[in-house]
Design a protein around this ligand. Structure first.
Ligand SMILES: NC(=O)c1ccc[n+]([C@@H]2O[C@H](COP(=O)([O-])OP(=O)(O)OC[C@H]3O[C@@H](n4cnc5c(N)ncnc54)[C@H](OP(=O)(O)O)[C@@H]3O)[C@@H](O)[C@H]2O)c1
Length: 310
């Protein structure tokens, strides 16, 4: 496992993060095993959100963490807020001070902890008042309830607008990225052209994060589309899988480790949020840091997933 410095306190965190969105399909014992394996594999960072299965994911993780007293301090716990799911079925985004603070209090209760190591704003709220978010963050920081802050799925102008009201650093931006989900890269390769790939959907968010030294956390590192499926082993991606398999065999790891290594190779300040609930796969994914991808191999994988270069 490799580690990077995270946030103003330069906390050493693993480049591979265990995402806990899918744990509600598992039993308490399964989740404890998942944490055991993650820890043994060098993973010390957990990602979750208040809205995953309406809080059930946080509750289950909280129970599992409570089971072993040392586990709370073994893991850097990051949760998210800002997606409001009301009882009438309407889902909307909410960065009001009241919602942010209430959400964190709910997360702390469910996770059975006194602090979040990081809080992300989950998806941009068009109605946000940056100064109000700043007040919420200051209150949470002052009370020791949240130690670091970040965002998710935001473009550079949204981050700049938000920052205008904040007194604290935004340490990370969590965005969707995999070999089979590359719009953030495609537009850069096709700058100043008129093909579909040249369309810049995100305001050059990757470059912005690198300039600002924000950690880029990639979610759904093994999925194509928006949760359409896993590309590793999929007959839809035969060419990609043959390159993944070849590199995996050469380096003595699995194809999913190579696919995750491809994401991590993008920049030194990258983390990959894996979502498997299978302990064997956690071990296999954690090996991504052992893979050395040359520049040529990185581009070969990009092309094998169906992309072109000008
Ligand atoms: N910020 C955001 O908006 C956002 C959005 C979505 C997700 N996330 C975060 O990102 C995390 C990861 O997302 P994800 O679950 O979509 O990631 P993923 O790692 O790309 O996908 C994991 C899913 O793929 C399945 N899978 C099938 N074959 C696999 C294989 N060979 N290796 C590994 N997994 C395989 C897993 O099933 P098994 O469990 O059976 O292995 C699991 O259902 C989430 O837990 C969450 O923390 C954030």
């Amino acid at each position: 496992m490799e580690y990077i410095d995270f946030g103003p306190n330069k906390t050493k965190v693993s480049k591979v993060i265990l995402g806990c969105m899918r744990i509600p399909s598992k039993s308490f014992e399964d989740v404890v095993s998942l944490l055991d394996v993650a820890k043994d594999s060098g993973i010390n960072f957990l990602d979750i959100a208040d809205c995953y299965s309406n809080g059930k994911a946080e509750s289950l993780l909280g129970e599992a963490l409570k089971g072993k007293s040392s586990y709370r301090d073994s893991f850097f716990i990051q949760s998210k807020c800002g997606i409001n799911k009301d009882d009438d079925g309407i889902t909307y985004f909410d960065f009001s001070k009241e919602h942010i603070i209430k959400s964190v209090e709910g997360s702390l209760k469910r996770l059975r902890t006194d602090r979040l190591d990081c809080l992300l704003l989950h998806r941009p709220d068009a109605l946000m008042d940056p100064a109000e978010v700043g007040e919420a963050f200051n209150t949470l920081r002052r009370d020791g309830k949240v130690l670091n802050f970040g965002v998710s799925n935001m473009n550079p102008m949204q981050i700049r607008l938000l920052k205008s009201g904040l007194d604290c650093e935004l340490c990370t931006n969590q965005v969707q990225m995999s070999i089979c989900h590359t719009p953030m890269l495609d537009s850069g390769f096709n700058a100043n052209m008129t093909n579909n790939a040249s369309v810049n959907h995100d305001g050059s968010i990757l470059e912005y994060c690198r300039l600002k030294k924000m950690v880029i956390q990639a979610w759904s590192v093994l999925q194509y589309g928006f949760f359409q499926g896993v590309f590793v082993g999929s007959p839809l991606y035969l060419k990609l899988n043959s390159v993944l398999d070849r590199i995996a065999t050469e380096q003595g790891v699995t194809s999913q480790a190579v696919a995750i290594a491809w994401v991590l190779r993008y920049s030194p300040l990258m983390q990959a949020v894996i979502g498997t609930t299978n302990p064997h796969r956690v071990m296999a994914c954690a090996k991504a840091c052992d893979v050395q991808l040359s520049r040529k191999q990185w581009y070969e994988l990009y092309l094998a997933s169906g992309n072109d270069l000008p």
